[in-house]
Design a protein around this ligand. Sequence first.
Ligand code: FES
Length: 119
Amino acid sequence: MDHFRNPRNVGEIPDADGVGTVGNPVCGDLMAMYIKVKDNRIIDIKFKTFGCGAAIATSSMTTELAKGKTLEEASKITRADVAESLDGLPTQKMHCSNLAADALKAAINDYLEKKKVKK
Ligand code: FES
């Protein structure tokens, strides 16, 4: 509830190195995740979520878990990790945590693709 009422890292990074946008096919909710990367590490991360309370709380927790991690470590964050860090989610809300983990992975992939194109 704290991460829903006081979500961390809300917003956009205008000059983000990677952006991931995903929709939840179960409910139609949307999320965008922005990352700044330095020396293979996520140094800043923000999100915008148009979704339910669980989606907001899981997004907030995902950004907290990912900040400061290497890209490899961050890409291993699972929905179970996110739910566990929030002290659990109701079963019917587990699908909401997919959104945050998927948006983070999409942002990392976007960064890696852009880097490949630059090279
Ligand atoms: Fe849509 Fe939770 S109901 S993400």
